[in-house]
Design a protein around this ligand. Structure first.
Ligand SMILES: Nc1ncnc2c1ncn2[C@@H]1O[C@H](COP(=O)(O)OP(=O)(O)OP(=O)(O)O)[C@@H](O)[C@H]1O
Ligand SMILES: [Mg+2]
Length: 367
């Protein structure tokens, strides 16, 4: 909007100056209304909107700064040019801090009106830029809302599809004739569920791209407890995890890995007639580092059960190694005395992934 089409309000108790300003600006085609006090100016600005207000500092009664505060509190405040005396830079700074777009020094000569006009021009340009910035920001906010809705929908569909695939695998496993085939199909089902749970959490949780590890691991522990426990023999899976979130891609990889380790502990650590405990610990370190430990108190790795002669297909260890490598994490397996302990450690990006924080590794599968 050019100055010639804008509505300007001049607030100054000096009527002579107001009249001169009106004449000068109306020669430029601009409509100028004046008010001889702060209170009158506020009343006019409340009644009809002005694009710009030139506001004098020294006025009897309500002073310039007080008037400025009330102008700024209007539902759509005008752009304010603060008019000060020549030696009042502190006042100009206070006015700018309080929301004035610019200030102009009252010189007492004809130059003042030239200066006022050019400052009004600049103020209009500044206001236009501010408006454009606000519009762009609003567009960005709208786009973000749309993208989040899309992401929500996508996670919902992926989780539903994975649930369907998992159910199909389950149906197939019930039809399988051999014990081994049935077990393999059940393992596949758990792997699919570990991934599906991430997508479910992404559309039901607070964030669309980060997963709360405690919630996720507790959900997985509940499901696996149900799967591997029977009426008399219980697999008690305990989760000790920080209430911390990880990016979805990292969480899904860790989830698949934990599923393998916990399934192994449930299947092999304890005898068929024996109950036992499996513990999952997860601690965040720095912004992107973490320490994951899965441990049990079972038979551990020794003698015939050295892990090199897998009872199943041996795919679990390969998955764990590959997942740890893709995460840039150190992977160590310890089996000294009772039970088996697997550590996955990723140093925060500021630290080199050199050593595990605790415990020596009996079988080091470092990537
Ligand atoms: N927590 C544990 N306690 C005792 N033995 C274990 C434990 N974890 C793994 N093992 C041993 O290590 C072997 C290798 O495990 P891995 O996960 O690689 O294969 P699997 O479980 O036999 O087969 P798959 O994972 O393909 O079902 C297991 O067969 C088992 O003998
Ligand atoms: Mg396994």
């Amino acid at each position: 909007m050019p100055l010639s089409e804008s509505r300007v309000l001049y607030i100054d108790d000096d009527e002579g100056l107001c009249r001169l300003a009106k004449r000068h600006l109306e020669r430029q085609g601009c409509e100028l209304t004046y008010a001889l006090s702060g209170a009158e100016g506020i009343e006019l600005a409340r009644a009809e909107p002005f694009d710009l207000v030139a506001l004098d500092h020294f006025m009897p009664g309500m002073g310039g700064l007080e008037t400025l505060e009330l102008l700024m509190a209007l539902p759509s405040p005008p752009g304010v040019i603060y008019v000060t005396g020549s030696d009042e830079t502190g006042v100009a700074v206070a006015a700018l801090k309080a929301g004035a777009v610019d200030y102009v020094v009252k010189t007492g000569s004809g130059d003042f009106f030239e200066l006022l006009t050019s400052t009004l021009h600049q103020a209009l340009a500044t206001l236009r830029l501010r408006q454009q910035k606000e519009q762009v920001e609003q567009q960005l906010r709208d786009t973000n809302v749309q993208l989040e809705a899309l992401l929500h929908e996508m996670n919902h569909r992926v989780a539903n599809s994975l649930q369907m695939v998992s159910s199909l695998v389950s149906l197939q496993s019930r039809r399988a004739t051999g014990q081994e085939a049935r077990a393999m199909l059940q393992d596949v089902r758990h792997r699919i569920q570990a991934i599906g749970r991430i997508h479910r959490q992404l559309y039901t949780g607070e964030s669309f791209h980060a997963v709360n590890m405690r919630d996720y691991l507790e959900g997985m522990a509940r499901d696996l407890t149900g799967t591997f426990s029977s009426e008399n023999i219980r697999r008690s899976i305990k989760v000790m995890a920080q209430d911390a979130s990880l990016p979805a891609a990292m969480a899904v990889t860790l989830g698949v890995l934990v599923n393998e380790l916990v399934s192994n502990a449930c299947k092999y650590a304890y005898g068929k007639e024996e109950s036992g405990e499996v513990r999952i610990r997860f601690d965040l370190e720095g912004a992107d580092g973490y320490h994951l430990r899965v441990e049990d108190d079972g038979i551990g790795l020794s003698g015939m059960n050295d892990g090199l002669n897998p009872k199943g297909t041996g795919l679990g260890s390969q998955i764990v190694t590959a997942m740890a490598r893709s995460l840039g994490a150190k992977h160590s397996v310890t089996s000294e005395g009772k039970g088996l302990q697997v550590d996955i450690y990723r140093a925060p990006s500021s630290l080199p992934p050199s050593t595990l924080p605790e415990t020596a590794s009996a079988v080091d599968s470092t990537s």
